[in-house]
Write a protein that binds this ligand. Sequence first.
Ligand SMILES: Nc1ncnc2c1ncn2[C@@H]1O[C@H](COP(=O)(O)OP(=O)(O)OP(=O)(O)O)[C@@H](O)[C@H]1O
Length: 299
Amino acid sequence: MIVVEHLSKRYGAYTAVDDVSFTCEPGTVTGFLGPNGAGKSTTMRMIAGLTRPDAGGSTLLGVPYARLANPGRHVGVLLDAGAMHSGRSGRETLTLTARLIGLPATRADELLTRVGLDERAAKRRVGAYSLGMRQRLGIAQALLGDPAVLILDEPANGLDPEGIFWMRGLLRDFADRGGTVLLSSHLLREVEAVADRLVVIGGGRIVAHGTQRELLAGAGTIVRGLDAAALRSALAAAGLAATPAGGDGALLVHADAEAVGRAAAAAGTVLLELRAADNGGLEQLFLSLTATETKEAVA
Ligand SMILES: Nc1ncnc2c1ncn2[C@@H]1O[C@H](COP(=O)(O)OP(=O)(O)OP(=O)(O)O)[C@@H](O)[C@H]1O
């Protein structure tokens, strides 16, 4: 269980994380989504006790990270796979961590196998690893102490499609056995296949959270008309905001299908398509939710 309450972090006059609260339940994967610079890493670093918040706090399994006795046995953290010592081999890296948290060195070999790093890779210096191999090693390190909670910052970066598929299976299995996973990404596609819940952050603030179904319920309606300009005017006249959804003149409207259909009927304009937004709608929703916040953050 991860509980985040009113976390805030400022760097000078800049607010990187602004009053962020959410909860990750055991048995679930929570996707922490947001564009670059949205505040994901800063939030995760605060949860893992590496960055001190200006306000708010968080608990893991009921206590702040700093108060966990032997945290590696309870919480697996992968924040920056690039930050590993480049002169050590993969096996040495894991063996050292195993010793630090009081586990036998043989545990390192179990994990190397589990993440798909073979004997040759195990002997190679981490400096010679590809980013994908580092991510696998980082995931192995996070899993070493058989934790109940996993916190992974952009673990799919550098993984090939097969690697991403493998990681999804691993995280799903971890959660299905009662584990709690918080997984960040700047790409909706990367997490939507595995995340039970999504927490969307933009400009340091939570802009949406819930299950994919809950988020989609508010994702609106896709509509396409014979006369695109007439349809846009009809929607505007009804006070409905619309954004382009694809290159064929389709629009995403933040309203239900009935309201959109009535607006078109009132203007006497012919519709070719009228349906609830699907996963494409989730992508649109994600882009629109985060775009405003990002612009505000940049301004
Ligand atoms: N140590 C720091 N000093 C100053 N500014 C910082 C520091 N760490 C982060 N920031 C700023 O805080 C904002 C949020 O950064 P953060 O790394 O948390 O975002 P992110 O969502 O993880 O993005 P990315 O996917 O690019 O890592 C950014 O604008 C970043 O430049």
